[in-house]
Design a protein around this ligand. Structure first.
Ligand code: CAA
Length: 382
């Protein structure tokens, strides 16, 4: 089968040339480290720095702000191809780019872009997105972190949980409420720099998969930031974060897609090596997996294309993320089934992809939340 037809007619030749570049990097720099970093829970800082040197930590950002000046579809292809060998590296890139680089680019003022966006997009700094709290997960508007204005500064108090890249973050954007009685309309977004007194990593979180991706609990105790660090308009931070998640969900879709494709690649290699391809049960499994991956890719590329047209992608981002995350679970599980007991061992990548895939159904909004978002887009808010 011609590879191009299995990829997508939604990407053009320039995207496919770029894909080959990323594939070479994934093969030569990332693949041989993927199992080891997962087992050792080692954050792949050297790989992140190398991606920065390649200009890939700000792929969809104009060159004037330190980015690569490519489109969102190119960025999505990069997350897909890197995640095809390592979900840990894929999510590090995705959280940094979609959840921090992008909102500072779209909502930051010129001074904030110069100070924060440029080093982030160049990969000199790492970014984190501080939304989730112990009592504000799916109900993200229930944030208990407070921001009190005092003499030209905001004093922030609160704890953010499950923050990707948290321990390593040089720049965190977070939500905090000025007045909880105003609900989501009392929430602003702020930029907090590493080293600001009162800002600290409380602990690194332990988790089932993506063990080389850093997930941390971050504390803010009388943490004072200058009023210039307000991101966007006061009291409109919830919208900034929701809009950011619309795009972020496409990149979680790409992460899931890459993992599913990686598991399928491993299953196909195994079937060929073991001469199992004559089994009709195996053929049926490979057929379903190929169809699942292809359908996920089309939803994701379609959403990325719409984002490149500057259209709202609330619906398409949620559909791409929901569908691809379920595909990543299904395909990695079936890859293990094909391999039997060997599939359960870290000698083969489906074991790692299966553990990693569960995050896709939870991070950046659970599958239940995606269904609510999709239904509200179709039916209107009840
Ligand atoms: N774009 C712009 N504005 C939006 C929006 C969007 N996508 N979604 C909502 N809003 C606006 C609404 O228009 C509304 O504004 P008005 O009141 O002015 O009309 C306001 O925000 C409130 O919207 P809702 O009433 O719909 O809000 P809600 O409280 O019912 O919550 C929700 C909506 C969809 C459930 C939301 O809370 C949500 O998405 N929850 C999931 C949170 C989530 O995804 N967390 C992931 C954490 S980050 C992460 O996991 C990263 C990682 O590191 C892996």
């Amino acid at each position: 089968m011609e590879e191009r037809r299995l990829i997508s007619m939604l990407s053009d030749e320039a995207h496919e040339k770029f894909r080959q570049k990323i594939q070479a990097f994934a093969r030569d720099v990332v693949a041989h480290r993927a199992g080891e970093i997962q087992q050792k829970e080692e954050f792949p800082m050297d790989i992140v720095k190398e991606m920065g040197r390649q200009g890939w930590m700000g792929l969809p950002i104009p060159k004037a702000y330190g980015g690569a000046g490519l489109d969102n579809l190119s960025y999505i292809i990069a997350v897909e191809e890197i995640s095809r060998v390592s979900g840990c590296v894929g999510i590090t890139l995705a959280a940094h780019t979609s959840l921090v680089v992008w909102p500072i680019y779209t909502h930051g003022n010129e001074a904030q872009k110069k100070k924060y966006l440029v080093p982030l997009a160049r990969g000199e700094h790492i970014g984190s997105f501080g939304l989730t709290e112990a009592n504000a997960g799916s109900d993200a508007g229930a944030t208990e972190t407070m921001a009190v204005y005092r003499d030209g500064r905001y004093v922030i108090n609160g704890i953010k949980r499950f923050i990707t890249n948290g321990t390593w973050a040089d720049t965190v954007i977070l939500t905090a409420s000025h007045d909880r009685s105003l609900g989501v309309h009392g929430i602003s977004a702020f930029i907090v720099e590493k080293g600001t007194p009162g800002f600290k990593t409380i602990r690194k979180e332990d988790k089932l998969g993506l063990r080389a991706s850093d997930t941390a609990e971050l504390g803010f105790e009388d943490c004072e930031v200058p009023e210039e660090n307000l991101l966007g308009v006061k009291n409109e931070g919830f919208k900034v974060f929701m809009e950011t998640l619309d795009g972020g969900r496409i990149s979680i879709g790409a992460l899931a897609l890459g993992e599913a494709q990686g598991a399928l690649d491993a299953a196909v290699d195994y079937v060929k090596e073991r001469g199992l391809g004559r089994s009709q049960a195996v053929q049926a499994a490979i057929a379903d997996m190929t169809m699942d991956v292809s359908a996920a890719r089309h939803l994701i590329y379609h959403a990325a294309r719409l984002k490149d047209l500057k259209l709202t992608v609330t619906l398409e981002g949620a559909m791409a993320k929901l569908y691809a995350s379920e595909v990543s679970m299904r395909v990695s599980s079936r890859a293990i089934d094909i391999m039997g007991m060997e599939g359960l061992t870290p000698a083969y990548s489906p074991e790692r992809f299966f553990r990693d895939a569960k995050l896709n159904e939870i991070g950046e909004g659970t599958s239940e939340i995606q269904r609510i978002v999709i239904a509200r887009q179709v039916l209107g808010k009840r």
